[in-house]
Design a protein around this ligand. Sequence first.
Ligand code: F6R
Length: 242
Amino acid sequence: MKVIIAEDYDELSKIAAQLIKEELDVKPALNLGLATGGTPLGTYKELIRLNKEGEIDFSQVKTFNLDEYVGLDSKHPSSYSYYMESILFRHINIKEENTHIPKGNTKNLEEECKAYDSYIERAGGIDLQILGIGSNGHIAFNEPADQQSLGTTIVNLTPSTIKDNSRFFERIEEVPTSAISMGIGSILKARKLLLLISGKSKREITKRLLELDYVTGQLPASFLLLHQDLTLIVDRDALGEN
Ligand code: F6R
């Protein structure tokens, strides 16, 4: 694992966007894996700036999101579809048909899981996957558990994730209790992984992750340590140095 220490969130976001730009420069038809949540917001802002200034082009890019809540329509303001559209897609020159987010409101969720994995595979796999980490160590919505899924799967969210994510809903009762998520196996298939960790609320999990010398389903992020091309960008708040 390559570790890059950023002074603060702003620097972390700029470094992440720069790394994405470098990949785009080499491969304009990049298959880019995207995350939602608070952490990548600054990176997306920076990507929008670079796109508006003509430094990067998304016209050939395909995106694949990690996860979506079960039961939320894509128009629901707390859905990840809505997040991606309002935070990133509508501000850059990406083609709508090139953006992919698992459907959380379809009748046959099992089918959707299989279809999502095979769609990624047929597209040639993910070149670069952006990741955040939950305060409980989850990656995408793969929650701590003895078994971790190889492929896209339906997961029950833990009380700690429901609490963490309630900030994106009006009331905690509105947070869905399950989600469709790329599996740990699907994530490890990406050619490059970029894990972003920022903020004091991530101190404990950052420390646990950096001190690990084994992998365990109880800390899903530990599986990322098996990947040959993992870059971690962490800011000083998360490292506990501020
Ligand atoms: C979101 C996702 C989650 C988040 C994680 C951290 O698509 O897959 O694993 O990356 O919950 O969320 P934030 O960035 O809000 O702390």
